[in-house]
Design a protein. Structure first.
Length: 397
């Protein structure tokens, strides 16, 4: 059994704060600062450029990729790190479209993260007017998968509501229709059990700064199924995706397998932070994590729904239909969240009216969650959110 008291001790959390926003930015693991300091001082400072070989910097994207691969059910050597999530979405989508070159339609849903949709729209403009992005309501995706679809592109867990797609079922239907599937695991990796191998996923991408706690702007990952890895041709054919980067050939030849999905020089300081942050997962069983997550969610949900009738549940009521977050709707959601932060409970807001709360068993206890729910109930009962300073919008919500 996973010892969640032990994992909690591995995080540096501010005194008096209950953090329900790890689904947006994970908190600082205690060992990260020392690891980054070592990378800066002992490696960059003392080894200089020789650190690429002596400190193993060049191998970090693959080594860290394998550590994340274990959390998403990927085989060793099928995940690599680098760039941002939007870049990895573009790579996966472009490769998938080329593999289905007789079709022109990308299918996604209106609950997908907007950046994913923006990247798809931009790629369609680049490829020509015959390419299009089709979006439908999340609940209607299954009915729109047919033999006109080239690629199904979905985020497994809706960033606003926490609604979770049936990954295996949708992959099976898409494959039966001859389509490929690209999964965004930004709200899945480190939050729920994922098995890209068992579900027969084609491509998967994700960020590392949410549940994986790599820090703001941490590197993204990309998975390509082994059966496709030697076929894909990267649209972003950067020098580190070349078969022999230091031959400096003028013509591009893709590296074997997942290595071809590397683009430019990796961000070593960020990768070092992520590598250290992943140490906590060495003692975590994902089934234990899921069970505790659902326990925490139920505590919060039952208390808030009983005490806050003005908050409308935006997430599915059925536990297994959610990821690791719960969301409510209120026309003054932004001000309510600001009042809650003022009282020491950090959640976040998503336009137009979503109050969003993430549940991360690595550092949250049932007592934390109960206190957070009671604080929210008090703010609602007393109307303490209705103050000018809580209504003033900041750049980041």
């Amino acid at each position: 059994m996973t010892d969640f008291a032990a994992t909690r001790a591995m995080f540096d959390l501010p005194e008096g704060v209950i953090y329900l926003d790890g689904n947006s930015l994970g908190p600082l693991p205690r060992n990260v600062a020392a690891r980054v300091a070592q990378t800066i001082g002992a490696e960059w400072g003392q080894m200089l450029i020789t650190g690429w070989n002596r400190a193993g910097w060049m191998d970090l994207p693959a080594r860290v990729g394998d550590r994340i691969g274990r959390l998403i059910g990927a085989q060793p050597g099928t995940v690599t790190m680098g760039d941002t999530l939007s870049i990895k979405v573009y790579q996966a989508l472009a490769s998938a479209l080329e593999l289905r070159s007789d079709r022109r339609v990308i299918l996604s849903d209106t609950g997908n993260f907007p950046s994913d949709l923006y990247m798809a729209e931009g790629l369609c403009r680049t490829l020509g007017a015959e390419y299009s992005l089709k979006t439908v309501a999340p609940e209607e995706i299954n009915a729109h998968i047919d033999d006109s679809i080239a690629v199904l592109m979905l985020t497994e867990v809706d960033y606003r509501t926490g609604r979770k797609h049936d990954m295996a079922g949708l992959i099976a239907k898409a494959h039966a229709a001859g389509a490929l599937v690209v999964w965004d695991l930004a709200h899945s990796a480190g939050a729920i059990p994922v098995d890209v191998t068992g579900a027969d996923a084609d491509f998967a991408v994700g960020c590392s700064y949410k549940y994986l706690n790599s820090g703001p702007g941490g590197p993204a990952f990309i998975y390509v199924a082994p059966r496709l890895a030697q076929q894909v041709r990267p649209a972003l054919s950067g020098w580190l995706g070349h078969e022999a980067p230091f031959a400096f050939d003028l013509d591009y030849r893709p590296a074997p397998g997942i290595e071809r999905m590397r683009v430019g020089t990796p961000a070593i300081l960020q990768l070092a932070a992520l590598d250290a942050a992943l140490d906590v997962w060495d003692q975590v069983n994902m089934d234990d994590l899921r069970a505790r997550s659902l326990e925490l969610q139920e505590i919060f949900l039952s208390r808030v729904t009983a005490a806050c009738p003005d908050l409308a549940l935006a997430s599915p009521r059925e536990a297994e239909a959610r990821g690791s977050q719960i969301s409510f709707r209120h026309p003054h959601g932004y001000a309510i969240i600001q009042a809650l932060i003022h009282d020491g409970v950090i959640g976040d807001f998503r336009a137009p009216d979503i109050l969003r709360f993430g549940f991360t068993p690595l550092y949250l206890s049932p007592e934390d969650v109960a206190r957070a729910a009671d604080k929210l109930a008090a703010i609602m009962a007393e109307g303490r959110w209705d103050r000018p300073e809580f209504r003033a919008r900041a750049k980041v919500t």
